[in-house]
Design a protein around this ligand. Structure first.
Ligand code: FMN
Length: 204
């Protein structure tokens, strides 16, 4: 059973429509840790030994965040810059993260159709996360395709409720350990592999 660490990064949770609802739905599961980075480090003063100990104690790292300028909010970048140290996370002696998995669980204001060649944003979400994908690879981690909640700007209450139910189901699915990383490895988004299964897990 994979131990799951959710690194949650939202700088303005009071204004959030999506993540506030997701955060309220984090299931209580053994080995699942929800870690709110902006709450822990409002001054960006990341406690590196604490974060490294958390990483060491988990198998799957979920980076949960809104998409900001095709990237992560700044505290998550700061966390990456400080925590993934040479000689610990990468480099000849840096093997602490080997074999663990890295998954983005993000929301985007833009619609799915906008994230493609010829679309408004010209690249897929996965392509835009290339620096994160390569960071994970450099650390010997398995990069899973991102799970994306797209079209966030247009989502109304029933859609938000469905996204929250899917989020709860996704965490149960990941915790159950029955997601085959090799099968999904090359997908642009994890959604196409899991959304039908998530909907089946959610009572209509
Ligand atoms: C500073 C900033 C940058 C953003 N950049 C993007 C972006 O690059 N692509 C996109 O699809 N949405 C972008 N958005 C929209 C957010 O992703 C969207 O509002 C958020 O995912 C909704 O989640 P929330 O209700 O929990 O805040 C941006 C929003 C802000 C405030």
């Amino acid at each position: 059973v994979p131990r799951i660490l959710i690194l949650f990064a939202h700088p303005a949770l009071e204004k959030s429509r999506i993540h506030r609802r997701l955060a309220a739905r984090v299931p209580r599961l053994p080995g699942l840790t929800f870690h709110d980075l902006y709450e822990a480090y409002p001054d960006f003063d990341v406690d590196v030994p604490r974060e490294q100990a958390l990483l060491a104690a988990h198998d799957l790292v979920v980076l949960q965040h809104p998409f900001f300028w095709y990237s992560t909010p700044p505290l998550l970048k700061q966390w990456i810059d400080l925590v993934l140290e040479h000689g610990w996370a990468y480099g000849a002696a840096g093997t602490a993260l080997r074999g663990k998995a890295w998954l983005h669980l993000l929301s985007a204001g833009g619609r799915l159709e906008a994230y493609q060649r010829g679309g408004h944003n010209r690249f897929t979400i996965r392509e835009l996360l290339a620096p994160c994908e390569q960071t994970a690879r450099l650390c010997g981690m398995t990069f899973l395709p991102p799970y994306a909640i797209t079209g966030a700007h247009r989502m109304q209450e029933p859609d938000i409720e469905r996204a929250a139910a899917r989020y709860d189901a996704l965490l149960h699915l990941l915790h159950g350990g029955d997601l085959d990383a090799a099968t999904v490895a090359d997908l642009p988004l994890l959604n196409e592999a899991v959304d039908p299964r998530l909907d089946a897990m959610v009572p209509a």
